[in-house]
Design a protein around this ligand. Structure first.
Ligand code: HEM
Length: 517
């Protein structure tokens, strides 16, 4: 990664610039390469040491060996599969030990009993903790994802009241309608134009990816790299700049709008506006930095989680045409119940009513199944406050880091049965009705006091968007397009999802109107 960016600087087109800046720049390039070598040496050392530790504990060493070359070429490995395979062999929990000077020690678990203990029963004993906070601080600041205690409670309470208000619900329903049926939404003809590139979204994705690299790099090393502005730290800094520019613009615009409105017209109900009207513990309005953290965290919570879930959903659908047919049959059945029979509304685009979206049980099952296999937040992190013991007997010392592997949970036979790797929406249905699962077994939305605040809204918007697209188009994934997860805070696809859209015609849909379940 670092070498690539160095090469870019050394390209012929920039040679004039380089000549002028040779001394300072040349030194930086040299330092950059030395840091990479140091970093690699540390990784090799960490690996050898960890291998010995793993062996002593009776843990399999081959997955770690398999990971080594990939780690050295830029953490390209499918880390999630590696963690899953070790967890399956270790009955759901293992202790990972790195050398004393690294931060790579942790307990990794996917056991639902431990999850319930961690997320609910002993919740106060398992905050996000200092290590997590320091690692993601540059990107998430003091926002809800990164906060504990009062700072977290305050944001949670404010957001929770807001999320449950009628005004907020109306606003989100309206914006969803606008989003799906806008010129870049799913209106006929528009998708063929292609989607615009969104610099903020790119910066955001790059920032979450670079942040995750910190978790697998000794703290000492990434802090040194940050200080010297090198490698992934340089990338992180640049991408955070892009994220901040966007957030600053949103805050500035909102402040201006509010200052221009008269008191009686201050009707706007969105989270940012609510937080702008609140005071901190000293009775002062929240700083712009804190408002920026609110923006960034809620965007991460609500935007990227749902959008990556939809990408995995459409990819899975492409591999399971029978599921797509059942979803279409469900949608057409619901549309058919509309006044005026089963005729498609010719000219105006068909917009699903909220009560119709709620009825789409099979679609909800398919989305849950996609999230079971590809959870938007693939791993999460806690820290132990006081010595404790997990229900499975694992001893937890104060300060231990605990990683709960949500991705791996979807691949545990002990939890989901022998067919756990298959995409089977039917496992979520009883007599045609959607049945939710325990949050400690299906942890895609977290559980306990930190259960996702937007879960219901997320299902609603994903169902609305998926149904609106599927009713109009057959979404075909471009052949041979590589689809693998990216190592980031959110489970993006490493190379995105390339699809071709084929407009459905009346005849094709007619088949589904006549389909019997
Ligand atoms: C498929 C969609 C979604 C998934 C899979 C998802 C998943 C999650 C997960 C795993 C967490 C816990 C994160 C952590 O503590 O580290 C979380 C928290 C949260 N989610 Fe979601 N989420 C989704 C959509 C949304 C939406 C649409 C919103 C808002 C409109 C939202 C708002 C939140 C908030 C505010 C939190 C923080 C809760 C807290 O820490 O108390 N989420 N979500």
């Amino acid at each position: 990664m670092n070498i690539n960016s160095t090469n870019m600087t050394l390209s012929p087109s920039s040679s004039g610039y380089l000549a002028r800046n040779f001394l300072s720049h040349g030194l930086l390039v040299l330092l950059d390469i030395q840091i990479i070598e140091l970093f690699m040496a540390v990784i090799v050392f960490v690996t050898i040491h960890s291998l010995r530790q793993q062996k002593r504990q009776g843990l399999p060493v081959w997955p770690f060996l398999g990971m080594l070359p990939s780690l050295l070429v830029g953490l390209q490995v499918d880390m999630y599969e590696w963690i899953s395979s070790v967890l399956c062999r270790q009955n759901g929990t293992f202790v990972f030990k790195g050398p004393w000077f690294t931060n790579l020690n942790c307990v990794v678990t996917s056991d639902p009993r431990n999850l319930e203990h961690l997320l609910k029963t002993k919740f106060p004993n398992f905050p996000k903790g200092e290590y997590f906070r320091n690692t993601v601080q540059d990107l998430l600041g003091n926002g809800i994802f990164n906060a504990d205690d009062e700072i977290w409670q305050r944001q949670r309470k404010t957001a929770s009241i807001e999320f449950h208000s009628a005004k907020f619900r109306n606003l989100t329903t309206e914006s969803l309608l606008e989003l799906v049926h806008s010129p870049f939404g799913v209106d006929p003809g528009c998708l063929s134009l292609g989607l615009p590139e969104i610099p903020f979204a790119q910066a955001f994705e790059a920032a979450t990816e670079a942040t995750v690299t910190r978790f697998v790099t000794p703290t000492l090393i990434w802090k040194a790299m940050r200080h010297l502005n090198l490698g992934t730290e340089k990338k992180l800094k640049e991408s955070i700049k892009g994220v901040d520019q966007f957030a600053d613009e949103v805050i500035r615009t909102r402040k201006k709008e509010l200052s221009l409105q008269s008191e009686d017209k201050k009707q706007r109900s969105d989270l940012l506006t609510i937080f702008m009207g609140l005071k901190d513990e000293r009775g002062q309005p929240f700083s712009d930095k804190f408002l920026r953290d609110i923006c960034v965290n809620f965007i991460l919570a609500g935007r990227d989680t749902s959008s990556v879930a939809l990408s995995w959903f459409f990819w899975l659908l492409n591999r399971n045409p029978a599921v797509e047919e059942r979803i279409l049959a469900e949608i057409c059945g619901i549309v058919g119940e509309r006044e005026g029979g089963n005729k498609r509304e010719n000219e105006s685009p068909l917009i699903f009513r909220p009560e119709e979206v709620k009825k789409m049980a099979y679609l909800q099952a398919a989305l849950s199944e996609a999230l079971r296999l590809y959870p938007s937040v693939p791993v999460d992190h806690k820290e132990v406050v006081e010595d404790d013991v997990f229900p499975d007997g694992t001893v937890l010392k104060k300060g231990t880091k605990v990683v709960y592997a949500i991705y791996a949970m979807g691949r545990m036979e002990g939890i989901w049965g022998k067919d756990c790797r298959e995409f089977k929406p039917e496992r979520w249905l009883r007599d045609g009705r959607f049945m939710s699962e325990s949050a400690y077994k299906f942890t895609a939305f977290n559980g306990g006091p930190r259960l996702c605040l937007g879960k219901d809204f997320a299902y609603y918007q994903m169902k609305f968007a998926a149904a609106s697209i599927l009713y109009r188009y057959h979404v075909k994934v471009v052949e041979n397009h590589p689809v693998i997860p990216k190592l980031a805070l959110t489970m993006y696809m490493k190379y995105g999802l390339k699809v071709k859209l084929y407009r459905r015609d009346q005849l094709e849909l007619q088949k589904f109107f006549n389909f019997k379940h």
